[in-house]
Every structure is written in structure tokens, then in C-alpha cells.
Design a protein around this ligand. Structure first.
Ligand SMILES: [Zn+2]
Length: 286
């Protein structure tokens, strides 16, 4: 089930309770999600990485006031960020939750992703994008209201499709211009104005690989907090045309058979990897 993918809330069911932000910070002790970029500060004194609890060391300097984002194991969980390059106190390590590094377990990666997404929104929602006025929080919500023009603003979560295209036993993979040679992945892209998700799948495959697809089936979705995407996964069948990369965004697009797949790209935690592992075999269907 895609719902149990890392960064989706199901991954931390029973451990984490989401809550809207508190209006005034109380001083109930709790846990900390301290982010340094896309890394999470953890205590590494024990064998298993753990979130810091209680008072943070004085030499951890937060970039902004802490924000309670929920309860972790029944206690308040507060998120803060520290500047890149800040020296960490003894016993702490910053472990990445993006990319190939999997030293953080999926529950801590999921908490870190949620904290990162919220802190990103908080940094980007200080001022009204309509009139420039300073925004205020809507009670018990992550939304903001502009006192000057009355606009309301809710967290910006960007829908992206990602699709595995199959032709018999073959799979379509593309190489983005920004990727090293040999690295391939699934066709993906942001939903555009006026599009259904299926229309977005058709357009992205047409633009990136020059072919037509049919029989588009939803297979699952994943929160992708880098910084704030909603990845919506599909399977599709080849319907016509010759594979032809656009040469700009995509420099290679090829059919691969199951036994000649290139090294699997991206994070082990990504829906891209999950779709590939779940649906690359001919005969797997939804
Ligand atoms: Zn405004």
C-alpha cells in the first residue's frame, strides 16, 4: 500500500498525533525536530538515533521561534531549524532524510519531512502575496489571513504526477538533463492549469518522451516534502508513437526490459522506487 510509504502520515501512526499550531507556546517539555537543511538532528549516544527531549543544548541556535507540530509518543513535538554549517553539540549528529542515506529510520524521516514542510510554509507565508501585508494565523489552522486585504492563504502543496509506462515487458525510463549519465527514472511533472491528473500524465509523457499512452491507472500517492509536493502515481500503457526525448528537459528516453533495468534511481523512500518495485514485472496489474 502506498499509504505506508515514508513521509505519509500512516508511517508514524501510533507514534505521532498531528495538531494545529499552538497560539502561544507553553513550556510543557517534549521532543524536538531540529532541522539543518534536509537533515535531522538526532542523539547518537544510544545505538538507535533518537529525537532530543527536554531542553535543547544552549549552543543550538534556532533560526525562528519553535513551532509545536503535534505530539510524539504523547508529548509535544516542536520543530525548529538551525543554520547550515552550525557546529553541533557533542552527542548530536545531523542525518539526512533526503537521498540515499537511510541511517534514519522511516518514522524519524517522516517526522523530519513533516517538520521541513511546515517550516518551509511558515518561512514563505509571512507576507500576503496579493498586497504584501503581514499575515496572521487562522486559529487552529496552518492557514494565514491578511488583515489588510482579507485574503486567506493555505499551505501550498504542489500536485505532481509520476507514471510508469509499460509496453509489454518493457518499461519507459527517462534521463533528466540535470542527472548524471546512467541515471534514469519515471516520467514525472507538475499538474498544469485546466488539467485532470490523467491529462497531466498524457501531456508529460508526450512532452518528455514523445509517445502516447492509454489505460492510465492510479496506483498510490506520497507526500514529498522537498519542499512540498504531492506525488500521485500512475501506471499507463503505450498507445503509439516513437520514443523521442525533448532534448531540453529530457536528454534520454528509452525502453528497458525488466532484466536490463539501469540502477534504480532516487531515494529508497520514494514512490518512484515503490512503483518500480511493485509494477515493473509484466503481469502485475491494477
Ligand atoms: Zn493582503
Amino acid at each position: 500500500m502506498s499509504s505506508s510509504l515514508p513521509f505519509n502520515t500512516s508511517t508514524v501512526r501510533g507514534l505521532f498525533t498531528p495538531l494545529p499550531p499552538e497560539q502561544e507556546l507553553d513550556d510543557t517539555p517534549g521532543f524536538w525536530a531540529v532541522l539543518q537543511g534536509y537533515s535531522l538532528l538526532v542523539l547518537v549516544e544510544s545505538r538507535q538515533a533518537q529525537l532530543p527531549e527536554g531542553s535543547l543544548p544552549a549552543d543550538i541556535t534556532a533560526e525562528a521561534a519553535p513551532l509545536r507540530i503535534g505530539l510524539w509518543q504523547g508529548k509535544p513535538l516542536r520543530a525548529v531549524s538551525i543554520v547550515a554549517g552550525a557546529i553541533l553539540p557533542a552527542g548530536y549528529e545531523a542525518l539526512p532524510f533526503q537521498g540515499q542515506d537511510t541511517r534514519l529510520d522511516n518514522t524519524l524521516a517522516t517526522i523530519a519531512g513533516r517538520a521541513a514542510q511546515i517550516l518551509h510554509w511558515e518561512r514563505r507565508s509571512r507576507f500576503c502575496s496579493h498586497c504584501g501585508g503581514e499575515l496572521t494565523r487562522i486559529t487552529a489552522s496552518w492557514g494565514k489571513r491578511c488583515p489588510s486585504c482579507s485574503d486567506v492563504h493555505f499551505p501550498h502543496i504542489h500536485p505532481c504526477i509520476i507514471v510508469l509506462v509499460r509496453r509489454g515487458d518493457e518499461l519507459l525510463l527517462i534521463r533528466n538533463a540535470a542527472w548524471n549519465p546512467g541515471r534514469f527514472s519515471l516520467v514525472a511533472g507538475f499538474v498544469d492549469f485546466g488539467e485532470s491528473l490523467e491529462e497531466c500524465v498524457q501531456r508529460e509523457v508526450r512532452e518528455e518522451a514523445g509517445i502516447e499512452v492509454e489505460n492510465i491507472r492510479y496506483v498510490g500517492s506520497q507526500c514529498w516534502p522537498f519542499p512540498s509536493q504531492q506525488m500521485i502515481g500512475f501506471l499507463a500503457d503505450y498507445a503509439g508513437g516513437e520514443v523521442r526525448p525533448d532534448g531540453v528537459e529530457v536528454v534520454e528516453a528509452e525502453w528497458f526490459s525488466e532484466d536490463t533495468l539501469p540502477a534504480s534511481p532516487g531515494s529508497k523512500r520514494s514512490i518512484s522506487r515503490w512503483i518500480m518495485e511493485s509494477y515493473s514485472k509484466s503481469g502485475t496489474s491494477v
